[in-house]
Ligand binder design. Sequence first.
Ligand code: HEC
Length: 333
Amino acid sequence: VIGFAATMLLAGSALEVRAATAYETIVAPIFEARCSSCHGADRQKGKLALHTWETVARGGDSGPLFVAGKPAESELVRRLRLPEDDEERMPPIDQPQMTKAEVELLIRWVEKGASPDASVDQLGLSAELSKAVGDLPALLRDAAASARRDDVWEFDPAAVAAARAPLAQAVEELQRRFPGALAYESRTSDAVHFTAAGIGRDFTDADLHALRAVADRVVVLDLSGAGLTDAAAESLAAFRNVRVLRLGFTRIGDAVARALGGLPSLESLALTGTGVTADGLRALTTLPKLTKLHVAAELLEPARAVGLRVVDPGFAALDREPAPAASADDKKY
Ligand code: HEC
């Protein structure tokens, strides 16, 4: 057998060498880097595993992952394109997010038939998307390195407990006061998420003030629909590490927007249905990491006027990345 294989190799130039498939080169690496922590060999959220072709083809709890050739009818594409404040969005918003090019690559693969055999050439990628394919090996290396770091933590519960000790008591008290609202980000993390979604209008400025003891550990803060006013400005300014902040459908206004201008970690902010005006938006333009801002449709023009770029009017999202060159890849489904 070995002799035969060697002969085949030597005759390689005369053989038709199979090009690596688009699935192997593009789709599997993206799934591995972006999805496998929840949809892989160890864990299958939604009964979906994305680490082998067989499991990808099988789909999950709610059915097949894709309809070959039809991105618009594919659960995969629907999930990737949901707005950030949608619970069904993948990857979930508290996870590292995919680049636009990665999303486009998956969509292109579905569009071209979602086949395990199609070659990269058959996807007909633009120069920009081809370049993104070249970045995938580095993405995989980074993902593997961070998975290893997580593993190391998992073997050290004492270190996790030590990191949590200074806030453990406050966390317990808040969990009693607001059942189901406060949780650690993961088993190994001392960062916390807080959501007032189940409390609604009854969650007031005074309640927010009560979170001060843990404010600098909160990375995701969902106060959508809470009974907040501009009196919350000072409390909100204490959430120095918050990455995702949802204030939609509250009675806050520009005083709060100005206070948020001092939150250096803020990446995503929802202000739809609030009293924030163009003045308030201007205070946000200095935030170094803010790339996603959800506002009501009538604020899109004022947002443009203060230098923010409207990327997706459907979701009223703003983002400040340089505008990608218009190309066939910008097609929307
Ligand atoms: C941090 C964990 C996490 C990551 C990372 C993640 N998911 Fe999920 N995913 C979930 C959870 C939890 C569910 C089940 C709840 C739901 O249906 O929204 C789910 C459900 C799904 C479903 C629906 C499955 C079904 O049939 O019901 C799809 C499709 C999906 N994810 C795709 C992806 C893709 C593609 C990625 C990577 C780009 C990804 N997910 C990354 C946690 C995650």
